[in-house]
Write a protein of this length. Structure first.
Length: 276
């Protein structure tokens, strides 16, 4: 009974919020490092990164932990908000709410909800397409062969496979990425899903690209405000408070809350306005 009450307590929920929040901060840093290849890398490097992230067993395990953390973080946030409202039906002083707490602190539920909506939208447009869309393109490259331009599929062994062979049905594509000899029914090579192409097409779309770019940037502003309060709050919830290090934690948290969303926001801006 006591154990059950502890797990349902506000303190326990804050612990889970803190732990999942800090784990998601680590995920953000790693995800950003990979996504920056959209600016500083080429299509092949980004698609190799995407392949690694979707096939490596350790990374796949971490991805499941990430999904669970997002759900726990969101559910805990909702439960804490409801619990706090019940415990404080009158609310904070209305005359000067800023004197009681920072704006981000007072609006964490709203900020978190907006971020959750962004995550779902982001996963529908990229993650779901990468994993389930049968029309997901494979990466190709155009090579001059004897004075003629020919298109080849890039393969994961570092080689090439003429696209013409697929068009002439000498080679079949199975399981969305596997090339098979059509007559011998033998697997030849694996191709790369072209997430780079999908991402650029999304933000460069003539009709919706600008809107998508603006919405992404606004979402990063929301994330920044959420992190500004959440990072330091997580350490406080875990009891990791020490006068010697509090300033350092707050400073690092503010830097993280500004730099990470800013770099994320630069990516769609670069794709839409600068990249060709």
């Amino acid at each position: 009974m006591a154990k059950s009450a502890l797990l349902k307590s506000s303190l326990a929920k804050k612990y889970w919020m803190a732990l999942t929040g800090l784990f998601l901060c680590l995920f953000l840093a790693g995800h950003l490092a990979g996504n920056l290849q959209l600016i500083f890398g080429d299509a092949l490097q980004f698609n190799q990164y995407a392949l690694f992230m979707t096939t490596n067993p350790a990374v796949k395990l971490l991805s499941y932990v990430t999904y669970i953390s997002i759900l726990f973080h969101a559910i805990d946030g909702i439960l804490l908000t409801i619990q706090n409202k019940k415990a404080r039906p009158i609310g904070y002083a209305k005359e000067n709410p800023g004197a009681n707490s920072a704006w981000a602190s007072r609006n964490m539920a709203v900020l978190g909800t907006l971020i959750l909506v962004f995550i779902v939208t982001h996963m529908v447009n990229f993650w779901a397409v990468m994993h389930f869309d049968e029309s997901m393109p494979l990466q190709t490259i155009t090579i001059d062969v004897g004075g003629q331009k020919q298109e080849f599929y890039l393969t994961t062994d570092g080689g090439y496979l003429p696209k013409m062979q697929v068009e002439q049905k000498a080679v079949e594509i199975r399981n969305r990425t596997e090339f098979f000899d059509a007559s011998a029914k033998v697997k030849l090579k694996d191709g790369y899903k072209d997430l780079h192409k999908i991402t650029f097409a999304f933000f460069q779309d003539a009709q919706y690209g600008l809107i998508a770019t603006i919405m992404y940037v606004l979402a990063m502003f929301v994330l920044a405000f959420h992190l500004l309060h959440g990072f330091a709050s997580a350490f406080q919830s875990l009891g990791l408070n020490n006068p010697k290090y509090n300033g350092l934690i707050r400073g690092f948290g503010k830097g993280f809350a500004i730099l990470v969303p800013l770099l994320f926001a630069i990516i769609p801006l670069y794709i839409h306005f600068i990249a060709k």
